[in-house]
Design a protein. Structure first.
Ligand code: DOR
Length: 432
């Protein structure tokens, strides 16, 4: 059964082709008409007055925790959080228990995701068990639709293994090898960025070099193999510089940055609040500046959440004992609009490119991120850019509460989200 015809009325469409004022008619999940002043007789109307209508957001980096840690999140709760955040597709990370390293586990995640309120695709592990030793059956996983391969949470330390993964990926159309760039030996024992604040607080640090040495090595391997490399959660000025230089000489590299690395610094750890603990760690204000500049000049392709739910039982511990990671899906858009677009660091179009169509292209999600035009599947997000709200951890749809942004005042919020024409969020409320 198809959802009833509807008209998204009164908004301004912003997509990769530009901006224009128009209504959007959706029938049977597809955009069938885009024009000003559409006749809505007989159709359901979604009011978009004062709003921007954009291709649904796409998250390259979501931890859904299923299978294995359903107390922290499930595919369903995470997908609901995603829809509320304006996402119509998320790439589920493979650091589950068991890891997403074979066709059976990946198949079960995809099957569960098929009924979720946003499209769920799986990233699969590069190596069996994410142990960094033996390659996972990448070809078989690719046959299931996997395009992103990563041991995220762990860095593939062995250069030979990384090289083989990259070489193999070249035979798999659309495949990309994504690295969690933190050298385990350099980062070992550290819980925050190594610098002035870690010294002051007496918390052992993880140096910036832990990231840059891995990025430098992997860029060499990408050059050697001709494979596509994606740098996950880029966090350092030096990392930005390396990626920028590699792009200039034609290395096939893309990079993402998280909202938290764009907005917070290591000074936040002075509270000893484990909500601010994350890998890679929050860094200095000059790193934040470099990340913002890298986003603005296109060195960094995408904003990805690294939504990493942890149940209160595991996260609410002393800083050094708490697991790293923070929620992201429901706050990413508001943070980007409030902290980057409103002050003029990034145009709205560039922000949306980084949140929607560029990540869609990286993950090979052809149905997502495309222009809002006739014949396209109606994966849409309607954003009210002037809606002021305050982040309330207890009101999030995620099963976890570990946001570092509780109490933060933001401007800009999702009003409606449409998944293949189905209004899964209406007036900020999840419909299922
Ligand atoms: O802080 C993090 N948490 N970084 C990662 O890469 C993994 C993630 C998690 O799974 O909790």
């Amino acid at each position: 059964m198809h959802p009833p015809a509807l008209v998204v009325r009164g908004g301004e469409i912003v997509d990769a082709t530009g901006a224009r004022r128009a209504d959007v008619r959706v029938v049977d999940g597809e955009v069938v008409e885009v024009a000003a002043g559409l006749d809505a007789a007989g159709a359901r109307v979604l009011d978009a007055g004062g709003c921007v209508v954009v291709p649904g957001l796409v998250d390259l980096h979501t931890h859904l925790r299923e299978p294995g840690d359903e107390l922290a999140e499930t595919i369903e709760s995470g997908a609901r959080a995603a829809a509320l955040g304006g996402y119509t597709a998320v790439v589920a990370m493979p650091n589950t228990e068991p890891a997403l390293d074979d066709a059976t586990v990946v198949g079960s995640v995809l099957a569960r995701g098929a009924h979720a309120p946003c499209d769920v695709v799986a990233a699969a592990a590069i190596t069996k068990g994410r142990r960094g030793e033996e390659l996972a059956p990448m070809g078989e996983l690719h046959d299931l639709g996997v395009r992103v391969f990563t041991d995220d949470g762990f860095c593939v330390a062995d250069a030979g293994v990384m090289r083989r993964a990259m070489e193999y990926s070249r035979a798999l159309p659309g495949a990309v090898v994504a690295q969690h760039a933190e050298d385990a030996a350099l980062a070992r024992g550290g819980h925050m960025h190594e610098g002035e604040w870690s010294s002051r607080l007496g918390i052992p640090g993880r140096p910036e070099a832990a990231e840059s040495v891995v990025i430098a090595r992997d860029l060499e391997l990408a050059k050697l193999t001709g494979a596509r490399l994606h740098v996950l959660h880029l966090s350092s000025a030096e990392g930005v510089r390396l990626v920028r230089e590699a792009k200039e000489v034609g290395v096939r590299v893309t990079a993402e940055v998280t909202p938290h690395h764009l907005v917070l610094t290591d000074a936040a750890c002075a509270s000893y609040d484990p909500a601010f603990k994350v890998h890679p760690p929050l860094r200095t204000s000059s790193d934040v500046e470099a990340l913002r500049a890298g986003l603005a000049d296109g060195t960094i392709d995408a904003i990805a959440t690294d939504h990493a739910p942890h149940s209160p039982e595991t996260k609410d511990r002393p800083f050094e004992e708490a697991p790293p990671g923070m929620l992201g899906l429901e706050t990413a858009l508001g943070l980007v609009l409030t902290e980057l677009v409103e002050p003029g660091h990034l145009t709205l179009a560039d922000a949306l490119a980084a949140l929607s169509w560029r990540p869609a292209a990286i993950a090979g999600l052809d149905d997502h991120g495309g222009p809002v035009g006739v014949g396209a599947l109606a994966h849409l997000c309607v954003i009210d850019p002037s809606a002021a709200w305050e982040v309330d951890a207890s009101a999030l749809a995620s099963r976890s509460r570990n946001t570092p942004f509780h109490g933060r005042k933001l401007t800009g919020r999702v009003r409606h989200t449409l998944l293949a024409g189905e209004p899964v969020v209406v007036d900020g409320e999840a419909q299922r």
